[in-house]
Design a protein around this ligand. Structure first.
Ligand SMILES: [Zn+2]
Ligand SMILES: [Zn+2]
Length: 123
């Protein structure tokens, strides 16, 4: 039962945020009666179920976000914030892969890292 409650609360958090969150950040937002392994196990469960997707950035932290729709993220390496955008040019690359390499393309993972406007001012 605790697991069911944890799952519901994790999903609520993920629905409220349209940018990726780490297991640690989710842990901080939840009631402290869950241990980190419960949270991590449930995040993995949601990932297998297709409810969540995950990405790993150069700092090696895994971030989770709600699946559905098509969008990409830019990650600020200084303040560790994400910005989401809907623009995608990967379709032309998929077309190339299909036509020149003969693959059936299933998905792509594309994300950017950079330094946001605010952080550029403080350099
Ligand atoms: Zn920044
Ligand atoms: Zn895309």
């Amino acid at each position: 039962m605790r697991n069911t409650k944890a799952r519901r609360e994790i999903l609520e958090i993920m629905e409220k945020h349209d940018f990726p969150l780490s297991a640690e950040q989710i842990y901080q937002m939840l009631d402290k009666d869950y241990d980190k392994s419960t949270i991590y196990r449930n995040l993995k469960y949601f990932e297998v179920e297709g409810e969540l997707n995950s990405i790993v950035f150069s700092d090696k932290i895994t971030y989770f976000y709600k699946s559905g729709g098509h969008f990409h993220f830019i990650y600020c390496v200084k303040c560790k914030k994400f910005e989401r955008f809907d623009l995608c040019y990967a379709e032309s690359m998929s077309k190339y892969i299909r036509e020149s390499l003969g693959y059936k393309v299933l998905s792509h993972t594309l994300y950017f890292e950079g330094i946001c406007k605010t952080c550029q001012k403080s350099i």
